[in-house]
Design a protein. Structure first.
Ligand SMILES: Cc1cc2nc3c(=O)[nH]c(=O)nc-3n(C[C@H](O)[C@H](O)[C@H](O)COP(=O)(O)OP(=O)(O)OC[C@H]3O[C@@H](n4cnc5c(N)ncnc54)[C@H](O)[C@@H]3O)c2cc1C
Ligand SMILES: Cc1cc2nc3c(=O)[nH]c(=O)nc-3n(C[C@H](O)[C@H](O)[C@H](O)COP(=O)(O)OP(=O)(O)OC[C@H]3O[C@@H](n4cnc5c(N)ncnc54)[C@H](O)[C@@H]3O)c2cc1C
Ligand SMILES: Cc1cc2nc3c(=O)[nH]c(=O)nc-3n(C[C@H](O)[C@H](O)[C@H](O)COP(=O)(O)O)c2cc1C
Ligand SMILES: Cc1cc2nc3c(=O)[nH]c(=O)nc-3n(C[C@H](O)[C@H](O)[C@H](O)COP(=O)(O)O)c2cc1C
Ligand code: FES
Ligand code: FES
Lengths: 304, 256, 304, 256
């Protein structure tokens, strides 16, 4: 499968298939189902400087071809990650990228700085787009200015691959992408979840404890794909595409639209082996279409 | 993740179905704890996107059969209720942590189930009996027809019933059953609607009896990654799908 | 069904169920399938000052629980509407609202002015949110300033019920809603389609002739519902909710979130009788829950 | 909109299925034109959101049966291919404008079909024959097994075939068939893959023979409201679902 290799800045991927933050735990949860070393990378759970209890239950609602979540970045904090989780995952034969969140720029910087010291963490993904936390989170991702600011600050303390994850809840995602590119992001990843809502008509209450939550799954794919294509045409840094990928065909669509790599999120819940299947599917597609390298497919969409 | 073949699907009443499955390619069923569950991939059901959690109802080791007791209440469970022999169903199995079984044959265990919450108690009762115990079942339902598999329960212990309409057993809720007056239990296990479980937990607490409950929080993944199924516990939010679904009531923060 | 009556400004609806522009033709297409007089209203096809050929075929792609369209406002122009279509629909026993689009403010104004003279057209819906036309269209709907401008200009020439239809492709829909409210809109309707995309991986081309198109159907419901709720909490004028409604349960969700009335769009294609069913379903829900009037349900969502 | 019951589903080859339906509640089938179509609501198929257009293949008046010839190529048609007797299917029927049939018995009509595009030609041939004509069928396919219902076609006229692999009839495309050399047709009807129809249209034009084609543009609604199925014609963009699917080639802007 040599032809599946691709780089995201300095990050070398054995293939473009990765798993999305918050949907694949620390990888360990999936060992029983698949071979983690088949993946290009794993984006681990959203990690914050301080531990977070997350939002109250209920945190989930099923929707047509998708789901809403309102987890709210529950995690034990970066120090716990470093001392208790990192040792168990550092030797996985794939790229372990940490997804970093915060409420203030200082939080992001401090969290990134601590992760910078971890040998086997080749990069981080700045989550400036989480719709499920009151302070910060998505607010950073919906203005080009604050998105640029947080990128700039983290860039100073983090020399390895810095990926910034963009929010789809904006009028023009390319503005945000350009702002973070200008401040030194090595790549952008998109999309995070779309802000949505569900109501239980029996008790006339919101289904989620937080009223609104983040929508993901196949339902968002057309929107995500459009944003990837727009962003690919607006920036020079690599784009990592995601949003509703549930098959290798979907992955090819994202790559044609301009994704150098893709992430699979919600669909891991439906088929814990999906990412492996997507790797094989892409490999086959390249062979059948006699394409030498996955690189030739990135952004290869033909427009008359 | 394993494909199973439907061997039998028996309609027990208007909405309850007993589905017996065996691994499609003859794999031997792994050992399962009572109270563990499976995540069913429901195909051909446009409104069912996520898998559906269903308790292990019983394991017939010699026939390599897994039993699921399913109540058809929505699109997903309705589709399951239509399974016919030969259908192939993909499961994640077994998931979660089940009931704790003590090796002490002298223990007197009470198993309290309500509605489809009786499901995990069958296999639990079987195993308790195998340990030498004489478990006591207390099963409640709205009406007689909702009390299913009674002949199965009777194989493993004494069975007491309540129905809300009085059509079978004592009239009322399980927690009103006269058998509870004796308070001679060393352990209580319960599964059913939350108000019922809370009433049972209260009884257990008041009478200083150890008690385990099986929660049915809504699940996104069933394998500990989505963090959607959390229950507030003395250790903070923890995942019902991996740390539970069975919990000792001491661990929960229920206001009882 | 007296308890289903509700007003949108001066517009009296016999019930809150209407059909969405571009998905119900001029109503005539549905006569074979249902009784139009059962509806609260019908929003007819997007109408422009001058005739428009619309975009090239292909204009459609199916997506998970939804579809993309790129019709591009094909219509024969407002004069044709007035002389050839209006006579056939003016006596329908329901509210016929014309959906008005334009590329310039002058277009909107002129089109609205001509419609203002039609006795049996009690209102218009300004479509400032169509993602499928190059000039104007969505551009008006993605900035509060231009949305306000077009509303203001049309308000001057149109005295009957003026509904402004909002685009979901924005960072903050409430800003736009507040702007059009300030300029005299009688109501806002939302959401129009979300900008999306689909790719055919066999020929590596976009499925739509226009590359991107508008996403609609059940897949967008969670997003639409969230925007309705946000907008309901931000403005005082009535909100007409839509986006993915496919059942009476969905309609109740939208009403609880703050919709005084709802529109059904894409689902008319799957079940041409759906709107009738939704009327009956709402009626039943009121009875079963002993709610005197639909008005009591608008925005009645209980938040702890 | 009418519910139909599946009476029979006959597998004709690996992917072709002949589905015979009758109105569920015994309603008498309305008259249909050959070339008209139905919109099938495909239930239990999570990836099939919109209805699927399928041509009227034949109408068995006396048995009140509607025939659909379906090729399983995607999720929707695959689900249709699995219909069994007794299944209920919701259809919008009949839709569109069909082929024009002249009352002139002296006319010599050629009906050219490719692949599953042969579907609407069966009922057309039947009606032409009933008018006193002797229609000539020219049917093409990749291989012998893709030529189905030949015995049905033979009831209504002479049948010529081509296969790309030469396994049946003349080898090659329909437009290469020797029968075309005689050019003795007063009318040509065609349905099949677009390149085939375009080649047939070219032949018709060159030989000044009137020609109608049945288009298969992708449809959103089938009833003229979504404006997604448009074809560019001499009158601008018009809806294939209501103004077609059958068009006289004079009306189209095909570069032939
Ligand atoms: C660990 C566990 C074990 C279970 N064991 C069994 C079992 O053995 N047999 C059985 O029949 N059912 C069991 N359930 C419940 C079962 O998972 C749900 O009934 C099923 O998911 C409903 O799916 P559906 O598509 O049929 O209904 P849906 O259409 O999804 O839901 C129907 C209604 O039920 C509500 N609902 C669905 N799931 C839950 C839930 N988990 N908690 C509260 N409300 C819910 C929905 O909000 C909705 O109102 C178990 C659940 C859990 C978490
Ligand atoms: C008026 C009309 C009459 C038809 N009559 C018949 C008939 O009698 N028998 C029959 O088998 N089929 C007929 N078709 C085609 C049939 O509608 C499609 O094969 C079907 O919709 C495919 O659905 P699916 O879910 O199986 O496949 P999908 O998964 O939707 O599609 C499979 C592949 O086919 C492509 N595709 C689907 N529909 C079309 C289309 N209309 N044009 C071009 N490409 C398409 C898709 O892009 C995709 O690549 C007709 C179509 C029309 C418009
Ligand atoms: C349950 C859940 C938890 C998530 N947690 C995070 C997170 O911690 N950080 C983050 O950046 N994105 C998070 N996401 C967003 C996903 O990483 C991904 O961007 C989104 O789900 C879209 O992809 P998908 O449609 O393939 O799921 C989460 C998504 C889900 C469903
Ligand atoms: C085929 C199609 C054509 C549409 N044309 C118009 C239009 O002309 N004007 C308009 O304001 N909205 C138009 N819409 C948007 C719908 O009115 C509606 O806002 C949107 O589809 C969301 O509702 P739904 O999910 O119920 O379809 C169109 C939608 C579809 C699917
Ligand atoms: S259901 Fe996903 S973590 Fe428990
Ligand atoms: S398919 Fe909708 S107009 Fe023809």
């Amino acid at each position: 499968m040599g032809n599946l290799k691709i780089n995201i800045s300095n990050l070398q991927l054995k293939n473009p298939v990765m798993t999305a933050s918050g949907t694949f735990g620390y990888g360990t949860e999936f060992c029983d189902y698949m071979d983690l070393s088949k993946l290009g990378g794993i984006f681990v759970k959203g990690t914050t400087l301080h531990p977070r209890q997350g939002n109250d239950y209920p945190r989930m609602a099923e929707t047509p071809s998708g789901m809403l979540n309102a987890v709210g970045l529950q995690n034990k904090g970066v120090d716990y990650f470093i001392s208790n989780i990192y040792p168990n995952i550092k030797d996985f034969d794939t790229n372990m990228i940490v997804n970093v969140s915060g409420s203030t720029i200082e939080d992001y910087v401090e969290c990134a700085a601590r992760l910078a010291d971890l040998d086997k963490i080749p990069g981080i993904e700045l989550n400036i787009s989480c719709p499920n936390v009151k302070e910060g989170g998505m607010a950073f991702g919906t203005s080009a200015c604050s998105a640029g600011d947080v990128t700039k600050a983290v860039r100073k303390v983090f020399g390895k691959t810095l990926i910034v994850k963009l929010s789809p809840n904006v009028t023009d995602i390319t503005e945000i992408a350009k702002a973070v590119e200008a401040e030194g992001a090595d790549a952008v990843s998109l999309i995070n979840t779309l802000l949505g809502m569900a109501i239980d008509i029996r008790n006339q209450k919101p289904v989620l404890s937080t009223v609104t939550g983040g929508l993901s799954g196949p339902c968002v794919k057309p929107i995500a794909l459009r944003m990837v294509w727009q962003t690919y045409n607006a920036v020079k840094i690599p784009v990592i595409g995601m949003g509703g990928i549930s098959s290798w065909e979907d992955a090819i669509e994202f790559i044609l639209a301009g994704s150098s790599a893709i992430q699979i999120g919600t669909y891991n819940f439906i088929d814990p082996t999906i990412s492996e299947k997507v790797v094989d599917g892409i490999d086959n597609y390249l062979k059948e279409n006699k394409i030498d390298s996955i690189k030739d497919l990135v952004g290869a969409l033909k427009i008359d | 993740m394993l494909d199973f073949t439907v061997k039998e699907n028996i309609q027990l009443n208007q909405t309850y179905f007993l589905i017996k499955l065996t691994p499609k390619n003859g794999e031997i069923l792994t050992d399962m704890e009572p109270g563990q569950f499976v995540e069913v991939l429901v195909e051909n059901s446009p409104r069912t996107f996520l898998r559906r959690p269903i308790s292990v109802n019983f394991v017939e080791k010699d026939k390599n059969l897994l039993w699921l007791l399913v109540q058809a209440i929505g699109d997903g469970t309705r589709k399951m209720s239509q399974y016919v022999e030969g259908d192939v169903v993909n499961l994640l199995v077994p998931l979660g942590k089940g009931f704790t079984i003590s090796g002490d044959a002298g223990k007197k265990s009470l198993l309290v189930g309500g509605g489809v919450g009786t499901a995990p108690l069958l296999y639990l009762g079987y195993l308790l009996k195998r340990q030498g115990q004489a478990p006591i079942f207390l099963l409640g339902a709205r009406s007689k027809s909702d009390l299913t598999l009674l002949n199965e329960f009777e194989k493993y212990g004494e069975v007491f019933c309540t129905t809300e309409d009085g059509s079978f057993g004592e009239k009322g809720y399980v927690t009103n059953h006269s058998r509870l007056n004796r308070k001679d239990f060393s352990m209580i296990y319960t599964c059913g609607p939350k108000p019922m479980m809370q009433a049972v937990a209260k009884y257990a607490k008041q009478n200083k009896i150890a008690c385990e409950v099986s929660l049915e929080n809504m699940m996104g993944c069933g394998i500990g990654t989505c963090l959607c199924c959390v229950e507030k516990t003395s250790d903070g939010h923890i995942c019902v799908c991996t740390e539970g679904p069975v919990f000792n009531i001491e661990k929960l923060t229920w206001a009882i």
